[in-house]
Design a protein around this ligand. Structure first.
Ligand SMILES: [Zn+2]
Ligand SMILES: [Zn+2]
Length: 272
């Protein structure tokens, strides 16, 4: 009854999450995963025993400069996303985040980003938005269920996560000293610990945040003081082999070309 092997295949039929294991064994699932892999430029091998593709869809990812269209693929153990080269056919810049490291927020609604929520992970945290409230609810329901499934029996789910970087256009002056005005020469920086936009003068110090980088990273003066006085040693700092996710915010894309494509989920949560 209590046997839970690491990939979750030894569950009893009464387990409500068993639908995910069943899905992973279906021929349709194998075909769908191969399909996703084939559509990615330089895809990692996505085929894995026990893995199920639960759903996919296009979400707007709120980046540092502006929102960008990204294709998201929710599996029962990972979240994969990438840049859309040709809608429905070709994707690039594949990013993979283990679900056991992901935290999701409650719905966030603002006039500029309706139907949004926050996805947090150790390396990177970002806001995404769906096309409708209903679609967001579907994503959140499936995400929560898959995160629970992926996190069962491992304790890594309380890792530190990256701060969400406040988009560049949200501040003209430093959010720390409130006096330094940004310009072509006085550039904007982000505190890696709290995500606010600060001037260079207010973020001269570096602090070791091992979930982000093996080297000390830029933090604002307030965070430096706070972090420095905090002597708790984070024992989780040793499993750090993930690559930094910096390329994603680069490049010029026109968000105006965004054409909503409804998300597809391969399981109906209500019927489970
Ligand atoms: Zn400042
Ligand atoms: Zn800070």
């Amino acid at each position: 009854m209590t046997s839970n092997n690491s990939n979750g295949l030894d569950r009893t039929q009464t387990n409500k999450e068993d639908g995910l294991a069943q899905l992973s064994r279906s021929a349709d699932n194998t075909r769908r995963i191969k399909n996703v892999q084939d559509k990615f430029v330089n895809s990692q091998n996505l085929q894995k025993e026990g893995r199920a593709l639960v759903g996919e869809g296009i979400l707007m990812k709120v980046c540092r400069k502006k929102p960008k269209q990204r294709a998201f693929f929710l599996f029962n153990d990972i979240l994969v996303y990438g840049r859309v080269v040709i809608s429905g056919r070709r994707y690039s810049q594949q990013k993979i985040i283990p679900l056991s490291e992901i935290q999701i927020s409650a719905p966030i609604d603002s006039p500029e980003n309706p139907f949004a929520w926050l996805i947090s992970s150790p390396k990177k945290s970002f806001v995404v938005r769906a096309n409708s409230d209903r679609e967001r609810q579907e994503w959140l329901t499936h995400l929560e269920r898959c995160i629970r499934y992926a996190s069962e029996g491992n304790n890594s789910h309380h890792n530190a996560v990256a701060a969400h970087w406040i988009p560049d256009d949200k501040a003209d002056t430093c959010m720390h000293c409130h006096t330094s005005k940004f310009s072509a020469v006085n550039r904007k920086h982000h505190c890696r610990n709290c995500g606010i936009i600060v001037c260079d003068g207010c973020s001269k110090k570096r602090f070791l945040l091992l979930h982000l980088d093996p080297k000390p990273v830029r933090v604002c003066d307030s965070c430096f003081t706070k972090l420095n006085s905090n002597t708790i040693i984070d024992s989780r700092a040793n499993q750090r082999d993930r690559t930094a996710d910096s390329s994603d915010s680069d490049g010029d894309e026109n968000a105006q070309q965004y054409s909503p494509i409804p998300a597809t989920f391969y399981q109906n949560v209500e019927n489970l």
